[in-house]
Design a protein around this ligand. Sequence first.
Ligand code: PLP
Length: 392
Amino acid sequence: MENMEKVVYLDNAATTACAPEALEMMVKALSGACGNPSSHYSVGYEAKELVDTGRAQVAKAINATPAEIFFTSCGSEADNWAIKGTAHKFAKQGKKHLITSCIEHHAVLHSMQALEREGFEVTYLPVDAEGFVSPADVEAAIRPDTALVTIMFANNEIGTIEPIEEIGAVCRKHGVWFHTDAVQAVGAVPIDCHALPVDMLSLSAHKFNGPKGVGALYIRRGVMPLNFLDGGAQERGRRAGTENLAGIVGLATALEAAVNSLDEKRARLARMRDYVLEHIQKMPQVKVNGPLDGSKRLPNNVNASFTAAEGESLLLMLDMRGVCASSGSACASGSLDPSHVLLSIGLPHEIAHCSLRISFGVQNTMDDAKAVCDALDEVVPAVRQRSPLWRA
Ligand code: PLP
């Protein structure tokens, strides 16, 4: 946190700093209610009340009922549960086909690959040049043995907000369960689970200024994937494990705060996003990745490719100027392969390698947007000058 104050932190899609009000409630939870929420005595009830209150806050924030909210250890667990729990449930009825997109997060893609190794069949839908999945493609891919469609709400790299309502409507029409990984969307755009035709929705606290290591899965009433974590009877018997009390309290507090100030937050983030997008489009040989229509793009997301300026070099030089961003490489896996998302929108390898993601957060100001533009004006030509591929 100390370091975060010295740097211009523009990697909020990777993670966000914990909001002070969430931190305060977490400290209270850690130092107060010392009981196990499953225990039947006063300090246990006190802890259970914190979990129940958190569940009600989360339900209100995404317009669900508390009984439809299940806490997990992270967004990845929520995705794994929705996908594997549904696949294994319907396999018993001979339904072993799943549909997803080729730009999903690895929590989804690797879950799918694990299921393929077990004998499931997966259709990976393509996306267009801005990263949109076509609802018509979803409909064409649905078969009598399709168990689940899972399409992310918003992409973590290029910010594309998918047509979730239309895709969900297609799934409803064909009676197929629909899950959406909304890890990047919750707390960033309005989400109404009861109005949307979604059956399951994943979220993660650390993307909206909550703590790391806690998430939730919304499961619509009547929808029942098999359990993913077996053990005790926590989460109404559907997800075992003693509750992460402080994490749940932090998640709920941060989400409530994010949703209460959503309109103002979105407008502020979009102003910074659009300032940077406008600036970089004036630079030579730059391609913006993701939708150009701001209403279909996450309000905090900028992603662009700078011909002949390798992303990792840009990152290092930005870091030397105190700016933290992210490249288009799959850094999380320790690999320098270009991102599957950038390749899926049709970028050639050499352009995908020259990409940068800038993602704003609530702590950022227009000064940060200006600072990253100034830094890019210096580092992009400097990196290009050393590249044998650069032709001005
Ligand atoms: N899904 C998306 C779209 C994400 O961006 C992330 C995190 O980067 C995850 C899932 C995984 O969430 P978590 O880090 O909580 O496991």
